[in-house]
Structures are given as structure tokens and as C-alpha cells.
Ligand binder design. Structure first.
Ligand code: SF4
Length: 239
């Protein structure tokens, strides 16, 4: 977990990493962390404090419902990443049971060992996977789903996905890693398109759903996600 508090603000919900991975659910912890932050902020305001660090959030979340919920599942994703789906998920299940029944883990607290960006390997080490085309009944293409989610940005706003070095993106992301951004981005923002005989990196920033995967997964850490227009996000009219 990152440090949650800083002068004048705090990370809560998904931005703090409060998703319970085996349950694929984080909304309960997002609500609880919002309540904790509001309680601590109200206490600080009542005490006449301003612009300082509300450290009570940092010290109390681990002992509360969020900490209890996440402590039991802390090793599931590291085990899954290390040992693969069949063995890793099985070990993760065993670990959750020992945590639940006996209050301890045989593994202690595991770490991932490397970043998501460092875990990517060159395409030459792997065979391409040919996924079946979406059938429009049970499976759907990404852009149709982005359209249904009704997210949008102002069309003429500055691009908030900054590629630091376009040459590196072509030499490495495209030539060595076979353009993973065209697959990991859930909104189909990135495309390698042939234009005038050259592969060109196209960024459809207005489709971005702000998951920040590109910021952490790009193998060269060459993509920097920034909040659009000083903090604006996609418009989610259905939320
Ligand atoms: S933040 Fe997520 S949705 Fe937006 S461009 Fe990056 S990967 Fe795609």
C-alpha cells in the first residue's frame, strides 16, 4: 500500500489500492475509506487545523474493516503471478483458508518482486494468441463497449496521455514488444497504424477511461498519464 496521506489530501478507494483481488471488488472498501477520510477530516476541521496531513487515516485503516478485509487476501495476487493460474490460485485459496481459520499465513507477506512494466517480455519469446472475433452476442468489441459506457471527454482538449519519446515507442514498444498497448488498454486508445508507409502511433485520448494501465504497464515507462485539463475526468453520466 502507498502512504495514503499528504498535506491537504489523501488517497482513498481504488487510488489507494483497496481492491480485494479474489472478490474482484473494491466498492465496499472505497465507501469505507471515504467514511474514514470524512470522519478524520471533520475532526481536523473541528480542531481548527488546515493544510496539514490528516495522519489519522494512515494510522487507522489497517486496524479497521478495510485492513481486516485485505490482510486475509494479501498473498493471492503475488502467488498467482509467481506460480500461474492453476498452482498459484490453488495456493492462494489455501492461504486464504489459513488466514481465515488460524489468523496466519504460511507464506508471511509476499511481494511481487518486480513492477508490472518489468514483467513484460519481448514478443519473440512468445507465440501470438489468436483470439476469436467478438460474436456480438456474448462477446463484444472494445469500442462498442466504450460507446455503451457513455464516457467522453471534450474532443478538443489537450492529449492527457504523454509519450515521452516517440522514437523509443517505435523501437521498443512496437518493434520488440509488438505493441502491447493496443491490447492491454481496455478502451482501444492506442493504435499502431500504417501511414505513408510508416507505422505511426495513434492515441485516441478521448476514449480513455482512466484506468492508468498504460502508465504502469508500458515496458519502458514511456507513457505518462496525467489528469486531463487540470483534474477533469471522463464524463460518466450513468454513475
Ligand atoms: S489510462 Fe487505461 S483507458 Fe486510458 S489510455 Fe491508459 S490504458 Fe487506456
Amino acid at each position: 500500500m502507498p502512504k495514503l496521506t499528504f498535506p491537504g489530501g489523501a488517497l482513498i478507494g481504488c487510488s489507494a489500492g483497496f481492491v480485494n483481488v479474489p472478490r474482484i471488488k473494491g466498492s465496499h472498501n472505497a465507501v469505507l475509506s471515504g467514511i474514514l477520510a470524512a470522519d478524520k477530516l471533520a475532526e481536523a476541521i473541528a480542531a481548527g487545523r488546515a493544510n496539514d496531513e490528516v495522519t489519522g487515516i494512515e494510522t487507522e485503516w489497517r486496524d479497521g474493516l478495510i485492513g481486516k478485509d485485505l490482510k486475509k487476501v494479501r498473498n493471492v495476487k503475488p502467488l498467482w503471478s509467481k506460480f500461474g493460474t492453476v498452482i498459484g490460485v490453488g495456493l492462494g485459496g489455501l492461504d486464504m483458508w489459513t488466514n481465515e481459520l488460524f489468523g496466519f499465513s504460511l507464506f508471511g507477506t509476499l511481494k511481487h518482486g518486480k513492477t508490472d512494466a518489468a514483467s513484460l517480455e519481448p514478443a519473440s519469446k512468445h507465440k501470438p494468441i489468436n483470439y476469436p472475433k467478438p460474436d456480438g452476442v456474448l462477446t463484444f468489441d472494445r469500442l462498442s463497449s466504450v460507446f455503451l459506457s457513455n464516457t467522453n471527454h471534450e474532443e478538443d482538449q489537450p492529449v492527457h496521455l504523454k509519450v515521452k519519446d516517440m522514437g523509443l515507442q517505435k523501437r521498443s514498444e512496437h518493434d520488440v514488444f509488438a505493441g502491447p498497448s493496443t491490447r492491454y488498454c481496455p478502451a482501444g486508445v492506442y493504435e499502431w497504424r500504417e501511414q505513408d508507409g510508416e507505422e505511426t502511433y495513434v492515441i485516441n485520448a478521448q476514449n480513455c477511461v482512466h484506468c492508468k494501465t498504460c502508465d504502469i504497464k508500458d515496458p519502458n515507462q514511456n507513457i505518462n498519464w496525467v489528469p486531463p485539463q487540470g483534474g477533469e475526468g471522463p464524463v460518466y453520466p450513468n454513475m
